[in-house]
Design a protein around this ligand. Structure first.
Ligand code: XUL
Ligand code: CO
Length: 444
């Protein structure tokens, strides 16, 4: 059955197009810096926001019109597979992501849930074989069900811990079966509501053992995808252990996991942690742990995770700048962990959300690539740190000095500072965004 029969396949028409169902900037086969846009961007559709999200919020009822919602239970799960593959084909994404509960309903027992999953995974596999669609990552939802109220791998209850392990075990088997590029852990309930009732040391030890067992099992079954941690500081839990990239990295290093995990950075999680999106990408890049991206944006006037489709061009330029400097995302991609607003309730709005998100990152890619070609920031940064290329600076950089020598230097040297020229540089970035320098921003 067709669910989007009034929507055409979305194609590239260029920046001047007024066809609402066309890409203005995302031209998948256009080459930039030796790769196609499709290869750099590796767009992924999030099953949960696109096929299961109903538009309800803590104050109001569902608003979304989703024709497949006429079904329920396993019939609904089967109908969603049809809707999903019709959508993937029309929007032209190569990847998708899902939680276990997005694709198949939980049964009354773990066995029944696994049986439901098996049937739907079979359907997905057939469709993937037919279309060439791939899974960017899958994950186990360990935050919705009441059993996870105290956490999953950080629960105070070992039976819950075991249940969580069984869910991840099943998802790793599915990852292997479907050839997922990555496996994600997002710990929405891995944290605490009150420190007064929390043994944090024990919880962190248990969480690390959980990850080690997951790695062992992946190895045992021959799943070779990249493991990713997705940090978020809070919501739903008051304090989440994977607060941001830096705290996740410290945890991975402490527990001997740093070689086996990378980070999945979500823009809205970065801003909730008091960082910019580009800060998180930059920190991950310079530490060699930039794995994948949940592409969305928050609203600074609202204090929560609004998961909006990314439209902020400035932010997309700086994000793509980091991704290009990383030489791409490897096995990762840009997953639209983004949902249409509650008032954008028609099925066609799902297309508008993805079109603007894909166009925003395509523009970001084009502009950031030109800035890099022109060494727009590189030359400035190089000049700013030039002192470390000679004299005492060079000795500091090559670890060939001491406090004795530095004191002697300080006694004799005159300090000459130079301006950071922050405003000038921002003006220059505006020129790139406007297309006044470098290539035009439109790809025609
Ligand atoms: C929640 C969030 C999740 C993860 C996967 O804020 O981002 O959807 O991406 O569990
Ligand atoms: Co996410």
């Amino acid at each position: 059955m067709a669910y989007f029969s009034d929507i055409p396949e979305i194609r590239y028409e260029g920046g001047a197009s007024d066809n609402e169902f066309a890409f203005k900037y995302y031209n998948p086969d256009q080459t930039i810096g030796g790769k196609t846009m499709r290869e750099w961007l590796r767009f992924s559709v999030a099953y949960w926001h696109t096929f299961t999200m109903d538009g309800s919020d803590p104050f109001g009822a569902p608003t979304m019109q989703r024709p497949w919602d006429q079904y329920s239970g396993m019939d609904l799960a089967r109908a969603r597979v049809d809707a999903a593959f019709e959508f993937f084909q029309k929007i032209g994404s190569d990847y998708y992501c899902f939680h276990d509960v997005d694709i198949a309903p939980e049964g009354n027992t773990l066995k029944e849930s696994n049986k439901n999953l098996d049937e739907i995974v079979g359907l997905l596999k057939n469709r993937m074989d037919d279309t060439g669609m791939k899974v960017l990552w899958n994950t186990a939802n360990m935050f919705i069900h009441p059993r996870f109220m105290h956490g999953a791998a950080t629960s105070n209850n070992p039976d819950v811990y075991a249940y969580a392990a069984a869910k991840v075990k099943k998802q790793l088997e599915i990852a292997k079966e479907l050839g997922s590029e990555n496996y994600v852990f997002w710990g929405g309930r891995e944290g605490y509501e009150s420190l007064l009732i929390t043994d944090m040391g024990r919880e962190l030890d248990n969480l690390a053992s959980f990850y080690h067992m997951a790695l062992d099992y992946a190895k045992e079954i021959g799943f070779d995808g990249q493991f990713l941690i997705e940090p978020k500081p809070k919501e739903p839990t008051k304090h989440q252990y994977d607060y941001d990239t830096a705290s996740a990295y410290a945890f991975l290093q402490k527990y001997g996991l740093a070689d086996d995990f990378k980070i999945n950075i979500e823009a809205n999680h970065a801003t909730l942690a008091g960082h910019s999106f580009e800060h998180e990408l930059h920190y991950a890049r310079v530490n060699g742990i930039l794995g994948s991206v949940d592409a969305n944006q928050g609203d600074l006037l609202l204090g929560w995770d609004t998961d909006e489709f990314p439209t902020d061009l400035y932010s997309a330029v700086l994000a793509m700048y980091e991704i290009l400097k990383n030489d791409g995302l490897g096995r990762g991609g840009l997953n639209f962990d983004a949902k249409v607003r509650r008032t954008s309730f028609e099925p066609s709005d799902l297309f508008h959300g993805h079109i603007v998100g894909m166009d925003t990152f395509a523009l970001g890619l084009t502009i950031a690539h030109q800035m890099l070609e022109d060494r727009a920031l590189e030359d400035i940064i190089e000049k700013r740190y030039a002192g470390f290329e000679e004299g005492i600076g060079q000795k500091i950089a090559s670890k060939q000095t001491s406090f004795h020598e530095l004191e002697k230097h300080a006694m004799e040297a005159t300090i000459n500072l130079s301006s950071g020229r922050n405003e000038k540089i921002r003006g220059r970035i505006n020129q790139y965004i406007r297309g006044s320098v470098g290539v035009p921003t439109t790809a025609e």
